[in-house]
Every structure is written in C-alpha cells, then in structure tokens.
Design a protein around this ligand. Structure first.
Ligand code: IPM
Ligand code: MG
Length: 352
C-alpha cells in the first residue's frame, strides 16, 4: 500500500510525540513493504504565531490531499488565562473536525495488565475493562450558536436527525463487531436534544436485533464507569458528554498518555492521542509517546492492515512489560526512559 500522511504536530509536547509516531509509522511500512510519504503542516498556537490562524487553509488542503492525518496536540497557556483572546489554538482543532466532517470520534478505553496499579481505581474493578466510547464530534454545544455578553452568555446544544442517525449507526456497527451491547448515554430527563437522541435510537434499535441497546443518563454513566467499567462494551454519546466521559475513562487505564483515538467521517480521517499539549512537559523528553504510537496502530487498522496494527500493539505491550516507560508510569526505582528512548525502543522491536 502507498500511504500519504499529513503530519500535524501542533503545540507543547506535540512535536516530540509526533516524531516518535512518524518513526513507528515508517518502521512498520518498511517491515511490511508499504510506502509512505509525509507532508507536515502547522496548526494550533504554532499556526496562530506564524499566520494568525490556528487551522490555516494550507493545512486544510494538506489534510484533504492525504489518506490520513497524524495529529498530535494543540494548546498553549498564553491563551488559557485570557478570556478576551479572540483566536485560540483549540479553535484550530474544532475547525479541523468541522471542515473534514469528522463526526465520529472513536475512543477505546482499555487496560494494560501491568499498569493496573496505576489506576486510582481498585484492581479488581478495572482489570479486564475494555470498551469504546463513540463521541459525536461535529455537533452539539461545541458548534451551536453562541453568545457572550457581559451579563448573559449561552451555548446552544443543537442536534439534527441526520447527525444523530449517522453517529448511532457507527455505534451499532462497532457493537456488532464487538460484544453486541450498545449504551446510549444522554440526559433525556432534562434536555430536548437528548430526548431526540433517545427517540431516534429507539426507532433504530429494531434494525439491530442482535445488539442489546440500553439507555443511561450521563450522570449515572459517569458513576457506572467508576463502579463497574466492565459493564460497557460500546457507548455512544454527544460531543460534550463524550469529552468529559473520555477524560474520566483515561483514569481507568491509569494514564492519559496511553489513549489513542480515531476521528472519522466525510473526508480524511484523523488519528490522535486523547491527551492535550501538556505545555509543562514541552521540550523535556518526558511525554509518553504511547498514545500517539497507538494512534498509528489505529491508522493501520482503519485501512484494514490488521497485522501492522497488531505488531505495534505487541511492541507497546512488550515495552511496558520490560519497563521501558516514561516517568509517569515507571515502577518505583525503575530506570527513566524519555519520549525518544521509548519511541526508539519500539522502532527497534518492530524492525525485529
Ligand atoms: C479533546 C479535547 C478537545 C475537546 C479540546 C482541546 C478542544 O479536550 O479532544 O477531548 O474538548 O474536544
Ligand atoms: Mg477532552
């Protein structure tokens, strides 16, 4: 296969983990006889600084030309504490999602046996937890009409039938490929938009008789994820709830640095870690590259290249088993490996 990849390193630790993602991507290509070409593009604060736009037209065109985007992270503290800033790095991420039509964000929540102790939850609760959160990514409050005055402000949580149907279909498709259990997470006791979600899901459920559909209010789901994470197989939810629940989900795994995601929809799919740009870690060679590297595994799997994805997962597991770990997940007294060293170890493993 010939793959054309748009690489968007972004801000903070983004460039460091991006480099390792690209190195792993190349090693796997070489191993399996694929060819890959990369085109780098700017986004986030880096793009605001150089062209005043967090998702410049040129970056969009680079993404459109590619088969897939390998995205890292955006965000910069210079903008976080300034409510008057009119351009923000995060707007670049939202623009990318909207313009590429990436309505389905797939966030797997898995555990690694050797890291169970890193979870703040009890071992017996999290062991074996393995579910996918499917987050709607181009609708809801993130994109609804907004207003910010001095004394009043609002964000509207709009969803159309089309948007709800297409994301529920993704949910059902994943449930069919897994354990045939779909949980629709909403707030239908309060929100009209949620009631439409629930109505449409109830209409669609009979088309998927092999899937058990259940409904859960988001507050209850937040609790259930902590009390009994193994309950879930596939969860589907709106943009805002998915944002919040997947951060919570990362605690099941034990580190934000381990969770990859795929965003798919109308145009080029994007593969990215769920974590942010961690500006405090920038340039220190301490960021965990595994979420980015596992995003590369998801990229291969998206194109049906299962063995390639499996080899990356095997390499990641081996690195964890052998304690080749960045500081936040290293065992007490264990050697410290940096972003580069972990990435390099995985590359060597892949080369075999
Ligand atoms: C995420 C992030 C983004 C979001 C931010 C950086 C805009 O938290 O991908 O979960 O809220 O969607
Ligand atoms: Mg988030």
């Amino acid at each position: 296969m010939n793959l054309k990849i748009a690489v968007l390193p972004g801000d903070g630790i983004g460039p460091e983990i991006s480099e390792q993602g690209v190195a792993v991507m190349s090693a796997v290509c070489e191993k399996f006889g694929h060819t890959v070409t990369y085109e780098h593009a700017i986004c986030g604060a880096a793009a605001i600084d150089s062209v005043g736009d967090p998702f410049p037209e040129e970056t969009f065109q680079t993404c459109m030309r590619a088969d897939a985007v390998l995205f890292s992270a955006v965000g910069d503290p210079r903008f976080d504490n300034d409510p008057t800033a009119t351009v923000r790095p995060e707007q670049g991420l939202l623009a990318m999602r909207k313009r590429l039509g990436l309505y389905a964000n797939i966030r797997p929540i898995e555990t690694f046996d050797c890291l169970i102790h890193k979870s703040p939850l009890k071992d017996e609760l999290v062991r074996g937890a393995d579910f996918i959160c499917i987050r709607e990514l181009t609708g809801g409050m993130y994109f609804g009409e907004k207003y910010q005055g001095n004394d009043r402000a609002y964000d509207t949580n709009v969803y159309t039938r089309l948007e709800i149907e297409r994301i529920l279909r993704v949910g059902y498709d994943y449930a069919r490929r897994r354990h045939h259990h779909l949980t629709v997470v909403d707030k239908a006791n309060i929100l009209a938009s949620s009631r439409l979600w629930r109505q449409i899901a109830q209409e669609m459920a009979p088309q998927y008789p092999d899937v058990q559909t259940d409904f859960m209010y988001v507050d209850n789901a937040a609790m259930r994820m902590i009390q009994e994470p193994r309950f879930f197989d596939v969860m589907v939810t709106e943009n805002t709830f998915g944002d919040i629940l997947t951060d919570e989900g990362s605690c099941i795994t034990g580190s934000m640095g381990l969770l990859p995601s795929a965003s798919t929809g109308e145009h080029t799919p994007v593969f990215e870690p769920i974590h942010g740009s961690w500006p405090q870690g920038k340039g220190l060679n301490i960021a965990n590259p595994l979420a980015q590297i596992l995003s590369v595994a998801m990229l291969y799997e998206y194109f049906g290249l299962k063995q390639e994805g499996a080899l990356i997962r095997e390499a990641v597991n081996a690195s964890l088993d052998q304690n080749i770990r960045t500081p936040e997940i290293q065992v007490e007294g264990g050697a410290h490996y940096g972003t580069r060293e972990v990435g390099q170890w995985i590359v060597e493993y892949i080369k075999g």
